[in-house]
Design a protein around this ligand. Structure first.
Ligand code: 13P
Ligand code: ZN
Length: 275
């Protein structure tokens, strides 16, 4: 099969373009990676070159040894992915120690995978284990309203989780584990990758202060939906704070407990504190 006809490639491109249309990917902002299923790799095997040069990932992900990923390229513009996917994207294979990768398809003009590859792969490793191999998508976007909130709210998981839950009734159902917050750290390196993957043991969402968001999920719909829900909640909070700094009424901790019971989700009590 022609690789661009494969359903997982089509799904990846559609998700990237949806993110562009939301305004989350100015210039080359953001990146997306997908851990390809074994049968999907086999279905496109004739397109893959296994003679590429091995290059260091910049971190070690031994549990991902031998896995294949579809990834966005570094410096690539999300708005171009739909028109020139073979220039913007790559399929990479990891070596048998999870320390190096090689390009098997794509990036035809000789570029590199996203500079956030260490964060993506460390998150994939953590989430693959935590979800019994179900999670396959890691998505980083420059979501405007979440970024704005990192200038005015304390950079604490419990503050962001509670404020975002309160902004729309279905938020606690969509991200019942809450959200983690990473302080400002230079992007692209191992330090931010370690800090993010540590939070991903507990959450499916990590906010990078003054930068954006990372989301993890089982498929493109769930992961895009998660990013969209958190960012929409942040937009409501930005609007609310802009109208008046104190809320006249809100969803209370007891409302959240009642919601959890009916929707059969577990909301950790640590986020249901009295303000
Ligand atoms: P890349 O173009 O290398 O993916 O970087 C974009 C980005 O958002 C860095 O955090
Ligand atoms: Zn970024």
């Amino acid at each position: 099969m022609r690789i661009l006809d494969a359903e997982f490639v089509q799904g990846f491109i559609r998700m990237a373009n949806d993110g562009w249309e939301q305004g989350w990917h100015e210039r080359n902002g953001g990146n997306l990676t997908y851990r390809i299923k074994k049968e999907e790799v086999e279905s496109v095997a004739e397109n893959l070159n296994r003679n590429g040069e091995w290059k260091a990932i910049g971190t070690s992900v031994p549990k991902l040894a031998g896995e294949y990923f579809l990834v966005t390229g570094s410096g690539k513009y999300f708005r171009n992915i739909i028109v020139k996917p073979e220039d913007s994207l790559a399929v990479i294979e990891l070596d048998d120690r999870g320390e190096s990768y090689r390009i098997c398809w794509g990036l035809v003009n000789g570029d590199r995978p996203t500079s956030e590859l260490p964060s993506h792969l460390m998150n994939h490793e953590v989430k693959m284990i935590a979800s019994s191999r179900k999670h396959r998508v890691i998505y980083h976007a420059h979501t405007t309203n979440v970024i704005a909130l990192t200038f005015v709210l304390p950079l604490e998981d419990k503050v962001f989780t509670r404020e975002l839950w309160e902004m729309a009734t279905e938020c606690p159902v969509v991200f019942p584990d809450g959200v983690g917050v990473v302080p400002w750290i230079v992007p692209g390196g191992r330090d931010i990758a370690v800090a993010t993957s540590e939070l991903m043991k507990k959450y499916d969402v990590a906010i990078w202060a003054h930068h954006g968001m990372f989301c993890s999920g089982e498929d493109f719909d769930i992961t895009f939906g998660l990013m969209h829900t958190v960012e929409k909640s942040a937009e409501i909070l930005v609007k609310t704070l802009s109208m008046r700094p104190d809320k006249l009424q809100t969803i209370t901790p007891q409302n959240l407990r009642d919601l959890a019971k009916d929707f059969k989700v577990m909301l950790p009590e640590e986020f249901l504190y009295d303000k």
